[in-house]
Design a protein around this ligand. Structure first.
Ligand code: Q0Z
Length: 287
């Protein structure tokens, strides 16, 4: 951490610092959340895995759209990035019916104004990926919105371009990940606008914290799917009978070790690199 960096924001498991007027430092901690609660036990190297994966995707998707990444920290957990004017919406893409998408579909037959075929099962793959934007809740939960609601918050040309880029990024990553045994059921992108008015992909991208990753070999529509990364944590918390209010439970060593191994497995499957090589030199994900 540079001495002079000013703290400008906290996420559940990340911190944001200002380096100067044009640059931010995004730092991913090893904290883990489940059922919307940050647990008291950390998963060693989780922040490094997510930082490395995000940087890997930024590097691989430069041909689709520019991104905010300027440099990776030597510690593997921080990203130096361009400071942008962020869009007021979360750019969510869904390829499968899960979470609030499944809930909304069951209630109305549509998600964010996208009318879907009748009779789809939970976790079903959609005929085409859909763009399902959400508001950025400062407290509580993001709310799914349709195009018209989004246009009350932002310019229509920027909305259309964010939709097009989001779908293209998702298609590219989902196809790539599927060949490596991971279903990316849905994902959330955040875009900013640079001084020239161009859309730039920002924040973290295509990580298990910003997406639903499912093990492809266990995928079967008609029920909820196990999480690629957090399933040991969820199973442990469910077995405890914890009421899902803060504070969450401490995790035992075997749950920590199993979960850490899953994060590293996701990193290694997707990047084709050994995580040890990333720790020795984080720039390996950028080549
Ligand atoms: C990202 C967030 C975090 C708390 C602002 N390149 C950028 N330019 C301007 N703003 C942002 C970015 Cl990435 C920006 N967030 C989300 C991240 C902690 C909030 F690590 N907020």
């Amino acid at each position: 951490m540079p001495e002079a960096a000013l703290h400008v924001g906290s996420g559940k498991v990340r911190e944001l610092y200002a380096l100067d007027d044009e640059r931010l430092l995004l730092v991913a901690s090893d904290r883990i959340s489940t059922f919307d609660v940050v647990l008291p036990t950390e998963i060693p190297d989780k922040g490094r895995v997510l930082t490395g994966l995000s940087a890997f995707w930024f590097s691989r998707t430069r041909g689709i759209c520019p991104n905010h990444l300027l440099a990776l920290g030597d510690n593997g957990r921080s990203t130096e990035c361009r400071r942008l004017e962020m869009l007021p919406i979360e750019c969510v893409v869904r390829g499968y019916l899960a979470g609030s998408g499944w809930k909304d579909y069951r209630a109305t037959g549509a998600v964010c104004g996208h009318r879907l075929p009748a009779g789809l099962d939970e976790s079903a793959q959609l005929p085409e990926p859909i763009f399902t934007p959400a508001t950025k809740a400062t407290t509580g939960h993001d709310e799914n919105i349709d195009r018209e609601q989004a246009l009350a918050l932002m310019d229509s040309n920027l909305f259309d371009e964010a939709e097009r880029l989001s779908i293209e990024l998702y298609r590219f990553a989902a196809e790539y990940a599927r060949e490596r045994g991971i279903v990316i059921a849905d994902t959330k992108f955040e875009f900013g606008v640079d001084a020239g008015g161009r859309l730039v992909l920002a924040d973290e991208a295509l990580t298990p914290d910003s997406s639903r990753f499912w093990p492809a070999d266990e995928y079967r529509a008609g029920a909820g799917q196990p999480s690629f990364d957090k399933q040991f944590v969820r199973d442990y918390c469910e077995a405890l009978g914890w009421d899902k209010t803060s504070p969450g439970p401490e995790l035992p060593a075997d749950v920590v070790a199993g979960t850490r191994a899953r994060y590293i497995e996701a990193f290694e499957r997707l990047t084709g690199l050994s995580f040890g090589d990333y720790l020795a030199d984080p720039s390996v994900v950028l080549r």
